[in-house]
Design a protein around this ligand. Structure first.
Ligand code: HEM
Length: 106
């Protein structure tokens, strides 16, 4: 399995590769420089399911816990927002504890 993290953080392909900036993956600088789900015969078979789940979660966050027109969110990260652990994929260290709430807009 290629070291995807090394490719995604390679300074030959990306300027300031350690900076959290997902937009740099919008257009891959070269073929096979953005492989979040791997490639080849062992590429992730859960690819489409994972993307669908992320879309659904984002939909609920935006439609139930924020208002993009007024510009507010009803969620906040509780505790540390920094720190990454690799196992081997990067995830927030000790999870990303978040508080959500609902309130009346009237
Ligand atoms: C954001 C979510 C996910 C990411 C980033 C991800 C990423 C990956 C990567 C990088 C690989 C290795 C590919 C390679 O060796 O070239 C992999 C393999 C695999 N993934 Fe995922 N995956 C995700 C979600 C899922 C889900 C939801 C499932 C199943 C429901 C799944 C099942 C698998 C399986 C079974 C393999 C092994 C495939 C093989 O070795 O033939 N993954 N995944």
């Amino acid at each position: 399995m290629p070291l995807f993290r090394n490719i995604h953080h390679n300074p030959h392909f990306f300027t300031d590769p350690q900076k959290f900036d997902p937009s740099r993956f919008e257009v891959a600088p070269k073929p096979n420089t953005f492989m979040p789900f791997g490639s080849g015969v062992h590429a992730c078979p859960g690819n489409e399911l994972a993307k669908l789940e992320m879309l659904i979660v984002t939909h609920h966050l935006v439609s139930k816990f924020s208002n993009i027109f007024v510009g507010f969110c009803r969620w906040v990260v509780v505790g540390s927002e920094s720190g990454i652990q690799y196992g081997p994929f990067p995830v927030p260290q000790q999870g990303l504890r978040t508080r959500f709430w609902k309130e009346s807009t009237t």
